[in-house]
Design a protein around this ligand. Structure first.
Ligand SMILES: Cc1cc2nc3c(=O)[nH]c(=O)nc-3n(C[C@H](O)[C@H](O)[C@H](O)COP(=O)(O)OP(=O)(O)OC[C@H]3O[C@@H](n4cnc5c(N)ncnc54)[C@H](O)[C@@H]3O)c2cc1C
Length: 383
């Protein structure tokens, strides 16, 4: 049979290789990033889903009563949901602005949630007085800076069970998508560290995409043979975004400063401490900090580990997610200049920083990723 005919038959067949037959280069698992190759972070998960609402109770103070809006508990999906949730906060502020004369805003927290809230408020109201307060103003020390940056409602999806709840999550995702598309159309799109990526998975159920993400946000997957040399079994290809927090966060801080948003170092021990602030509207974006601050027992730490490799080849521009063939967690995300390899979720552990027992976990993460790209998807262990 002539080659052209063979090729067209293969392309029509469901097992045709994704990317039209092109083989993408595996990560080089021996090339660790020169500094900070090992990372841990605490995902601020919340049972029942993100707390995103105007608090029923006002905060009394000598400067007058204050309104409190919450935006915390995004778990493993804060980067994904940040733009969308910021737009919901801005809607609340729009409503409050009708009641308050000359409102001013205090955003508590300078992770991705606080920064996107401040950015959205500034976008909507050029002259609104906005101050960001955080116990540490160095964004490199937030959980957000550690995040891998894949656009997918991982982890949090399970908290949105009913159809009504799923609609709420879908609304956040659509709002995030809309803002990303707007940024895409802007002249400084390239400064945000956002890129469209193909995400490959094994041919198995990926709840966060298949059940929680509308197809107008992340389209239905394509099936075919995975485009890797040894991992060449049937898999799926999704299209989603990489939102690299190591680029996005500093960019947002620079823009906010230029637009007159002030950043102040300040720690709050409890909700009562907000009374001392001068601002009339407070937006609580304290991530895992909200557990203690708000006495919210629904906030649960989900500690995660990452190993960061060097990206050496231009064609290392894909994601691999969705776990191994034996349901163990494994992912590898190629970013702008590095590749993050992950796969742990330690529920209830809020130990900050790296401790001795983490070393073995980092080794297991790398071993699992190697097994996958070697074409042994059932050989992963619990990292
Ligand atoms: C290993 C790992 C991988 C991840 N990968 C992804 C991913 O691929 N995609 C994705 O969408 N998400 C991912 N996430 C999740 C994401 O990182 C979080 O959901 C997100 O960072 C939460 O942002 P945040 O701003 O709420 O919290 P943080 O970044 O923790 O920021 C909280 C802010 O509040 C301040 N603060 C806290 N308490 C107080 C207080 N009492 N007083 C004053 N200030 C206070 C802190 O100083 C900080 O500025 C990942 C997380 C981890 C750990």
């Amino acid at each position: 049979m002539p080659a052209a005919v063979t090729r067209s038959l293969a392309d029509d067949h469901p097992a045709a290789r994704l990317r039209g037959g092109e083989i993408l280069p595996d990560p080089d698992f021996s090339l660790l990033r020169a500094s900070d190759a090992y990372l841990v972070g605490i995902r601020p998960h919340r049972e029942g889903g993100v707390c995103l609402k105007l608090d029923d109770e006002l905060i009394p103070s000598r400067h007058g009563s204050k309104f409190l809006i919450h935006n915390y508990g995004h778990g493993g999906a804060g980067i994904t949901l940040s733009f969308g949730c910021a737009s919901v906060v801005a809607d609340h502020v729009a409503t409050l602005k009708r009641e308050i004369r000359r409102p001013s805003i205090a955003v508590i927290g300078c992770g991705v949630i606080g920064l996107t809230v401040a950015a959205e408020l500034r976008r909507r109201w050029r002259n609104l007085r906005i101050t960001i307060y955080a116990k540490d103003l160095d964004v490199r020390r937030t959980t957000s800076f550690v995040a891998a940056g894949q656009f997918e409602p991982s982890g949090i999806c399970a908290e949105y069970e009913s159809e009504e709840e799923k609609k709420i999550l879908a609304d956040y995702l659509r709002r995030s998508r809309d803002r990303i598309m707007e940024l895409h159309r802007s002249s400084h799109w390239h400064t945000y560290g956002i890129a469209l990526r193909r995400d490959y998975t094994l041919d198995q159920w990926n709840g966060a995409y298949d059940e929680c993400t509308p197809h107008d946000v992340v389209p239905q997957y394509r099936s075919g043979t995975l485009p890797f040399a040894k991992l060449n079994i049937i898999g799926r290809e999704y299209r989603t975004w990489l939102i690299n927090p190591t680029i996005l966060l500093p960019q947002l801080v620079a823009e906010l400063k230029r637009s007159g948003v002030r950043l102040r170092k300040r720690q709050f021990a409890s909700r009562d401490d907000f009374a001392a602030l001068r601002e009339s509207i407070i937006v609580n974006c304290t991530g895992y900090g909200a557990k203690a601050l708000m006495n919210d027992d629904d906030v649960v730490a989900k500690r995660g580990h990452l190993v960061v490799l060097r990206r050496t080849l231009p064609k290392q521009f894909y994601f691999f997610s969705g776990g191994c063939g034996n349901r163990r967690i494994m992912y590898a995300f190629c970013r702008h200049s590095d590749i993050v390899v992950g796969g742990t979720v330690e529920t209830g552990n809020d130990t900050e920083g790296i401790i001795e027992s983490d070393r073995a976990r980092f080794d297991r993460i790398l071993a699992n990723a190697r097994a996958m790209f070697d074409g042994r998807p059932r050989d992963c262990v619990t990292a």
